[in-house]
Design a binder for this molecule. Structure first.
Ligand code: SF4
Length: 199
């Protein structure tokens, strides 16, 4: 795809509006960005639509082109199936990253872009080495380049929170999938009913 200026093009995988806002702020001076929302992991469809609309609004605010993948939760269920028993941060997240980044690489190829990255690295809960490994794996053999950024650096996570407040964005309280929602409910339950002190 022909660049409109000297900057390289970059497809930015978007997981949610708060991470997107900081990702755009951090990269827009150096790249011609194109946001791509691809999250078959999100439970439920209502939640998916809410996050999608917020992400579209952020792209519009920064005047960045935006597109989205179809909502296909079955593909996520199939891909994490053997790892559904693993906790957040483990193999199920690796498969979840890989699914979304593979689809982003395909989108890149179909639309004529030659590199992509993700704003998931804004989150301190996501392993940067796991993100970079799965990004490279998603790109391998496709002729598309995965660009590694650690967007939580330079206080990125705090800045994403501040931007969310400034722009009035919805901030979800679980990562996205049904399992992360359940894990969050268990954590919340433990806070409400702490274990009795040993006597
Ligand atoms: S916790 Fe987040 S990254 Fe991990 S499988 Fe669920 S949605 Fe995907």
């Amino acid at each position: 795809m022909a660049s409109i200026n000297d900057k390289p093009d970059l497809v930015l995988h978007i997981c949610c509006a708060p991470d997107e806002a900081w990702g755009i702020q951090a990269l827009k001076e150096d790249y011609n960005l194109h946001c791509f929302f691809c999250n078959p992991n999100i439970d439920t469809e209502v939640e998916y639509k809410l996050r999608l609309v917020e992400a579209e609004n952020v792209a519009r605010h920064y005047n960045v082109p935006f597109s989205s993948d179809k909502y296909d939760p079955q593909s996520w269920e199939q891909c994490i199936g053997p790892y559904a028993h693993t906790p957040e941060g483990g193999d199920r997240c690796r498969e979840c990253f890989l699914l979304r980044l593979r689809r982003t690489a395909v989108h890149c190829k179909e639309t004529g872009y030659d590199s992509f990255s993700t704003v998931m690295s804004v989150s301190p809960h996501k392993s940067i080495s796991m993100l970079n490994e799965t990004g490279a794996e998603a790109a391998s053999g496709s002729g598309i380049k995965y660009r590694c950024f650690d967007l939580k650096k330079k206080d990125g996570f705090r800045k994403s929170i501040l931007l969310s407040k400034e722009l009035g964005l919805y901030r979800q309280n679980y990562c996205g999938c049904r399992l992360s929602k359940k894990e969050r409910e268990i954590r919340e339950g433990k806070k409400k009913f702490p274990s009795p002190l040993p006597c």
